[in-house]
Design a protein. Sequence first.
Length: 256
Amino acid sequence: MSDSFVYGIHAVARFIKQAPARCMALYCVDGRNPRLLQLLDQARAAGVEVHLEKRERLTQLGGGDKHQGCLLQILEAQTSVNFAQCLNAINADSLLLVLDGVQDPHNLGACLRSADACGVDAVIIPRDRAVKVNATVRKVAAGGAESVPVIEVTNLARCLKELKQAGVWLYGSSGDASDSVYDHDYSGPIALVMGAEGSGLRRLTMESCDHLISLPMRGQVESLNVSVATGICLYEILRSRESLTSKARGKKQRPG
């Protein structure tokens, strides 16, 4: 599917709602599907140009047949927040998500959807050897790719070092970690660091983390999908933060 289009009824509706200025044209099949008719009304109300086309034409335009009868042509956005701005905005409640080389667009999309739900301030990904935000990512993220800034960095290890210098605590997820995700209070500015599918965190990334945490595995499988694990960890961070007393929010100090 072409990266200049958003496809899928829910994803298109969320994009029009969140970024109408970036919507160039909506291509939609001419039918009586109530959801598509509602989408057409939404697009027209937002001032988006509408074209009624045959389903085959949508497949040709988008380069795939998974469009659900609608394609939204969009203007590609420049990154709204860069890493320097992210550092300057760090505060006591900051929550960042760092993805160390996620390759599957479905996983990145699901991570962005969870990030949006949990109020993550920004998602940081390496510029090389990692999937970028594309049409599939937008479809799976269901609006999360537009609401959560995605920041690409050239050197992830240096990025993590600068985050620590800015006062951010780095919690890396590793199946070999002795600490459980439930063993920490997650007070202060936090970055959750998740590894790639299969290989997990790279060595330098792992060494940069203040703490390594794992998810308890009670069954036969050895690990969870990275997007599932990310959602669980983010919600545990939220749960922990909401349960903290004002006394427990005291300033932490790194050992040594």
